[in-house]
Design a protein. Structure first.
Lengths: 341, 133
C-alpha cells in the first residue's frame, strides 16, 4: 500500500472520531441545526481551478476563508441557516463572475463555524517582471485580468507604442491597481459556481518536418510544470492538420516537455521554457523566433552576429523579402505573423 | 415534586476528561497499527505512544483541536515521515484559510490529488512507452 492510499484510508477512518476535543465530555445540542454553502470555481473552459481563496462573510469583521481543492470546490459547513456575503478576496471584481447557483442536496451539519477577522495583508503596489514571466501569469497570480494591468494609467510607460499588446520585459515595473471587491449574496443550502475570467492560457506550437511540411497526425504527449507547484494532468493527442499542438494550460505554466511520436515510431522530445521569448525589439527575441521557426540563428545571445544574419537572409529569401540580413520592418512583421507571438 | 440536585466537582470533570483522552490515545494506537503497518512495524509500544503524544502536541500547536483532526494529523505525520515538502509548511501558515481543520483538509487533499494525477500521468506515459516520473 502506498503512503497516499494509506493516508486516504486513514483519513476516512479518522472521520469516525468525534469532532470535539479528545478530552471533551460535552454533548452538542441536537436542536442547533447548521447548514452548508458550497462554492466551485471554474475557468473559462469550465475546468476546475485549485487554490482559489473564497470568503464567506457574516460582517466586515467576521469571515470564513478557504481555498478550493483540486476539483475546484470548497465547502463552508456549520453555518447558521441564512444569507451571507460571498467573494473571491484575492481576485479583482472584473476578473470573476457568478454563473450558476443550485440547491445543495446534502445533510445538515452540526457544530459552530469558527469566524475570524479578515487577514490584514498589505497589497503590493508594484511587481518587477522576472525572466519567464508574461503578463498573463503575472495577472493570474495577482488576481487581475491582463487587460486591467495593461490599461492601468500608471502603466502607460509599458504601452510606449513600440511594444505589441501585453509584451513585458524582465525588470519592467508593473504598477498594480487596488483590487476592487464585489460581493454576491449566498444562502445556506446552496452551491455557487463562479468563473475566473482570463483563464486558461493556450499553448499553441506548430511542428513541421525538414521540408517545412506540417507534421499532421503525429502523436504527442505534453507534460507541464507550474510556478505554483500544483500538479497538472499530462495531455496527449495528435497534431492537427496544420501540425499544430493547441491545448489549454494554466497561466502559471513555466516549463513544458513535448514528446512526439510519428507513424513510423520515430520519437522526438522537446523542452519548452514558457514565457522566455524576449520581445521583437530585442535581438534575442528575433533570434528566438528564427530558431523556433527552424532558421538556425545560433544561441540567443542578444548580439547581432553572422549566424543571426545568415538566418535572417535565409528567412527573407524564402519569403520573398529584400535579402539584407537586417532586422527591417517587413522582416519583423512577417516573423511576428509566422511565429504568432 | 421532588428535585434531586447533585454537584460535579472540577476534579471529577478533569478525571473524566483524562480518561476520555486516554481512550483516544488507545484508539490512535490501533489506528496507526491498522492503517500504517509499514511505518509502525519497527516501533515498540512505548515508541508508538511517544510518537502519538508528540503528534497530539504538534497538532495542538497548529491549533487542531478535535479528535478527528488530531487523528488525521497523526495519519499525515505517519504517511509523510520526516520528509515534508516545503509547501506544507507554507500551507499551515496560509492566512487565506481561516480554520486549522480546513488547512489540514487542504494539505491532505492536495497530497491525494498529486498522487492521483501521478497515477493518471504514469498510465498516459506508459501508453507512449515512457517510464513514470
Amino acid at each position: 500500500m502506498t503512503s497516499a492510499s494509506a493516508l486516504q484510508n486513514a483519513s476516512q477512518s479518522a472521520v469516525s472520531e468525534p469532532a470535539t476535543p479528545p478530552d471533551a465530555i460535552a454533548v452538542r445540542c441536537p436542536l442547533a441545526q447548521r447548514k452548508a454553502i458550497e462554492v466551485m470555481v471554474v475557468d473559462e473552459e469550465g475546468q476546475p481551478l485549485e487554490d482559489i481563496a473564497i470568503e464567506i462573510a457574516m460582517s466586515d469583521r467576521q469571515v470564513l476563508l478557504q481555498r478550493t481543492a483540486g476539483n475546484g470546490v470548497t465547502r463552508f459547513e456549520r453555518l447558521v441557516p441564512g444569507s451571507y456575503r460571498l467573494t473571491l478576496p484575492l481576485v479583482d471584481s472584473d476578473a470573476w463572475e457568478l454563473i450558476d447557483s443550485t440547491p445543495l442536496a446534502e445533510p445538515d451539519s452540526s457544530g459552530e463555524a469558527e469566524w475570524v477577522e479578515p487577514p490584514e495583508t498589505p497589497a503590493p503596489e508594484t511587481y518587477t517582471v522576472q525572466l519567464g514571466d508574461c503578463l498573463a501569469s503575472i495577472a493570474y497570480q495577482l488576481g487581475f485580468l491582463p487587460d486591467t494591468l495593461w490599461e492601468y494609467g500608471a502603466n502607460a510607460a509599458l504601452r510606449d507604442g513600440v511594444r505589441r499588446l501585453h509584451v513585458v520585459n524582465p525588470a519592467d515595473i508593473i504598477h498594480l491597481p487596488k483590487l476592487s471587491r464585489r460581493d454576491e449574496n449566498a444562502s445556506t443550502g446552496m452551491r455557487y459556481k463562479l468563473r475566473r475570467k482570463g483563464v486558461p492560457e493556450r499553448l499553441r506550437i506548430r511542428f513541421v518536418d525538414y521540408r517545412l511540411q506540417p507534421r499532421a497526425g503525429t502523436r504527442f504527449l505534453l507534460h507541464v510544470e507550474t510556478a505554483s507547484g500544483n500538479a497538472v494532468a499530462d495531455r496527449s493527442g495528435q497534431l492537427d492538420g496544420n501540425g499544430f499542438l493547441d491545448v489549454p494550460i494554466p497561466p502559471d505554466a513555466l516549463h513544458g516537455e513535448v514528446l512526439l511520436v510519428d507513424s513510423a515510431g520515430e520519437r522526438e522530445e522537446i523542452e519548452i521554457d514558457l514565457g522566455y521569448v524576449n520581445p521583437m525589439n530585442e535581438v534575442s527575441g528575433v533570434q528566438a523566433r528564427l530558431n523556433n521557426l527552424h532558421y538556425d540563428a545560433g544561441p540567443e545571445t542578444g548580439e547581432m552576429n553572422d549566424a543571426t544574419r545568415n538566418a535572417l537572409k535565409e528567412f527573407q529569401l524564402r519569403h520573398h523579402l529584400s535579402v539584407t540580413g537586417d532586422i527591417d520592418r517587413a522582416t519583423k512583421a512577417l516573423l511576428l505573423k509566422l511565429h504568432q507571438s | 415534586v421532588s428535585v434531586v440536585s447533585f454537584t460535579i466537582r472540577e476534579r471529577q470533570l478533569e478525571a473524566l476528561g483524562r480518561s476520555v483522552e486516554m481512550g483516544f490515545v488507545m484508539r490512535m494506537r490501533q489506528f496507526a497499527l491498522v492503517h500504517f503497518p509499514a511505518q509502525t512495524a519497527s516501533l515498540s509500544p512505548d515508541d508508538l505512544d511517544r510518537l502519538i503524544s508528540h503528534s497530539i502536541e504538534a497538532g495542538r500547536l497548529l491549533e487542531l483541536r478535535s479528535a478527528r483532526d488530531l487523528c488525521r494529523f497523526f495519519g499525515l505525520t505517519l504517511a509523510l515521515g520526516s520528509e515534508q515538502p516545503a509547501w506544507i509548511e507554507a500551507a499551515w501558515r496560509d492566512p487565506w484559510i481561516s480554520s486549522p481543520g480546513a488547512r489540514l483538509d487542504r494539505i491532505i487533499g492536495k497530497i491525494l490529488r498529486q498522487a492521483e494525477l501521478a497515477e493518471v500521468n504514469a498510465r498516459m506515459r506508459a501508453a507512449f512507452d515512457c517510464p513514470a516520473r
